[in-house]
Design a binder for this molecule. Structure first.
Ligand code: ADP
Ligand code: MG
Length: 334
């Protein structure tokens, strides 16, 4: 492997996930073009990037299932390339899709994995029953896993990743396919694992899934981690606020008169009655998106609007903090 300056694993390494200068290509496609990442024990770290940005490739390397072409990796204190068995023993891996398990039941799938981790049978049975309870699958445990819904299979996959009580948990798009109730359960479970010291790295291209879940966020773009500096700049970029008033026309006229930058709110436009023809937007209750730097700015705007007689009905930041940062990155999709 080639080393660049400053790409070594630090000597005071923590026991979570450490990645420096990671590269991996598939033919002419450079899926990972220089990834640096720290995911610390006791924290949930979000791995965020659009489709094709390299999330799955990175997670496969961390899980010891794909050999990198350059760079350094430590997972739970071990190098998955040179010390694969020890790294894998500490790592739980939940892929984004599962193969079929033919006629195995959810319980049998989990017992098979427990056996692969050389867990004594009696201990395995207790552990598996406990995990089935945790992911709310006890009642379906003895049906063939192949008949479970996608969301239920996801939960089997999550339990499977947890069988050997790993120190490091890698989850590839775990929330996709889950109903809202299961997502809340997932959040509670990952938070409790982190509270016990587990390192959790969870990928998604849907920001809202991770906004409330993660302590830290790493952004991937075109196979590279977006540098912390870029992210700080993005986070401090002007945020967009959703403002509504009794009269949209009065609101926009006033915003224009005070020099505020505003944009139509796609969520708030009346459904077009005609097709293909621009429809005049009738006045009425409605809102727009306004660029405001911070909460002080929002407070000033509310005060000034009320003073000017604009009847505001609501004001709130549009989207979560991660979403704002993500959008501000000006991502190029591939
Ligand atoms: P993500 O999970 O963020 O959607 P991936 O890691 O799956 O991204 O893919 C990153 C890039 O690498 C994409 O351009 C993808 O097409 C390519 N890629 C991933 N796996 C393979 C493979 N096995 N063979 C060829 N190209 C691949
Ligand atoms: Mg993927």
């Amino acid at each position: 492997m080639t080393d660049g300056p400053g790409q070594q694993i630090p000597t005071d390494a923590h026991g979570g996930i450490i990645v420096r200068g990671l590269q991996r290509s598939f033919g002419s496609v450079q899926a990972l073009a220089g990834v640096d990442l720290d995911a610390r024990p006791g924290r949930v770290t979000a791995l965020i990037g659009p489709n094709g940005s390299g999330k799955t490739t990175l997670l496969l390397v961390l899980a010891g299932l794909l050999v990198p072409h350059a760079g350094h990796v430590r997972v739970g204190g071990f190098d998955p390339v040179t010390d694969g068995a020890r790294a894998r023993a500490r790592t739980g891996w939940m892929p984004d899709t599962f193969g079929t398990w033919d006629s195995l039941t959810a319980r049998e799938v989990l017992l098979t994995f427990a056996a692969a981790y050389r867990m004594p049978r009696a201990l395995a049975e207790t552990r598996v029953a406990e995990l089935l309870e945790t992911v709310h699958l006890s009642e379906l445990a003895d049906r063939p896993a192949s008949v479970l819904s996608r969301g239920q299979k996801q939960r089997v996959g999550l339990a499977r990743a947890l069988v050997h009580s790993p120190d490091v948990l890698l989850l590839d798009e775990p929330a996709s396919g889950l109903d809202p109730r299961s997502r809340v359960d997932l959040r509670v479970l990952l938070r409790s694992l982190a509270a016990r010291g587990t390192t959790v790295l969870v990928s998604s291209h849907v920001l809202s899934e991770l906004d409330e879940l993660a302590d830290d966020a790493v952004f991937l773009s075109g196979g590279r981690t977006v540098t912390a500096g870029t992210l700080v700049a993005a986070e401090s970029a002007r945020r967009s606020w959703r403002i509504r008033a009794l009269s949209r026309t009065t609101l926009t006229a006033w915003l224009t008169s005070v020099g505020a930058v505003w944009h139509p709110d796609a969520e708030d436009l009346p459904t077009a009655a005609g097709f293909g023809r621009p429809q005049p937007v009738p006045d009425g209750p409605g809102g727009v998106l306004v660029d405001i730097a911070d909460e002080q700015g929002a407070a000033r705007l509310v005060r000034d609007a009320v003073t000017a007689g604009v009847a505001l009905t609501s004001i709130a930041p549009a989207g979560g903090a991660l979403e704002q940062a993500y959008l501000a990155l000006d991502e190029e999709r591939r």
